[in-house]
Design a protein around this ligand. Structure first.
Ligand code: BEZ
Length: 250
């Protein structure tokens, strides 16, 4: 859901299916009920929307990427191109669900206000996304490569990984009652880290030439190898999840 990252649905399916495969605890936390209307905020390719509809709930899915919205529609889900800060719904949903998306939203208070507005009275907001400390090895490595190459310009971090206490405060300040919020370290096996960089960090290097982008990836991989690669486990990204359940207080 970043405004700068380019999403390629086919590469995403091939190298990043762990994003939805590891999200079943969040669907469990959502606990969809029959006939509920549920907003899937940042639906990606629609995999989780399909899982939620298996509970006979009606899902409306939104994503910033037209390519992802198209994939979601092809799975039979009603889907729209829309951002977290541009939600246009009002008192419409029993629940808002969001997996692995809100770390792309720097204007987190604005998105919380829009989520609140989208919910019916006493509606719930269930989310999981990157929290404080998430992918620190990765961001440090990318920054290191930029520092080594002044010709690359400044390293511009596109992510927002909030602390549990800060996000709780934002929710409470904007009318939510927080039932549960927790930071959960979740080391995550990924295939070659070059693919991760390709899929998730392309916005960081989109201003560079093709040759510089290749160099960036190669050097970041070299910095990362002694830190997050082992013969036994392969590449393991240092993910930290912020998982939460909150209610619209009326
Ligand atoms: C995450 O799910 O934590 C994440 C994914 C891609 C980029 C940054 C964070």
């Amino acid at each position: 859901m970043s405004s700068t990252n380019q999403w390629n649905a086919d590469k995403y399916k091939k190298h990043a299916d762990f994003v939805s495969n590891l999200a079943f605890p969040v669907v469990e936390l959502l606990n969809p009920q029959e006939n509920e209307r549920i907003l899937d905020l940042g639906c990606g390719d629609g995999t989780l929307a399909v899982e939620i509809e298996k509970f006979n709930a009606k899902v409306i899915a939104v994503d910033l990427s037209g390519d992802m919205v198209q994939k979601t529609k092809e799975k039979g889900i009603e889907a729209y191109v829309m951002s977290a800060t541009g939600l246009t719904f009002e008192n419409e949903f029993d629940a808002v669900f969001s997996n692995a998306v809100l770390h792309w939203v720097k204007e987190d208070e604005e998105s919380i206000k829009k989520i609140f507005k989208s919910l019916k009275a006493k509606g719930r907001f269930i989310a999981e996304f990157g929290g404080y400390g998430n992918i620190k090895f990765l961001t440090d490595a990318m920054e290191e490569v930029f520092k080594k190459h002044p010709e690359f310009g400044d390293y511009d971090n596109p992510w927002n990984f909030p602390k549990e206490s800060d996000y709780r405060q934002l929710l409470e300040n904007n009318g939510f009652t927080v039932e549960y919020i927790e930071l959960i370290p979740r080391p995550t096996k990924v295939d070659d880290i070059s693919n991760w960089l390709d899929i998730f960090a392309n916005g960081i290097v989109s201003h560079l030439t093709q040759k510089q982008q290749v160099q960036f990836k190669k050097e970041a991989r070299e910095v990362l190898k002694p830190k997050i690669y082992s013969q036994k486990d392969g590449w393991v990204a240092d993910y930290v999840r912020l998982r939460l359940k909150a209610y619209k207080t009326v």
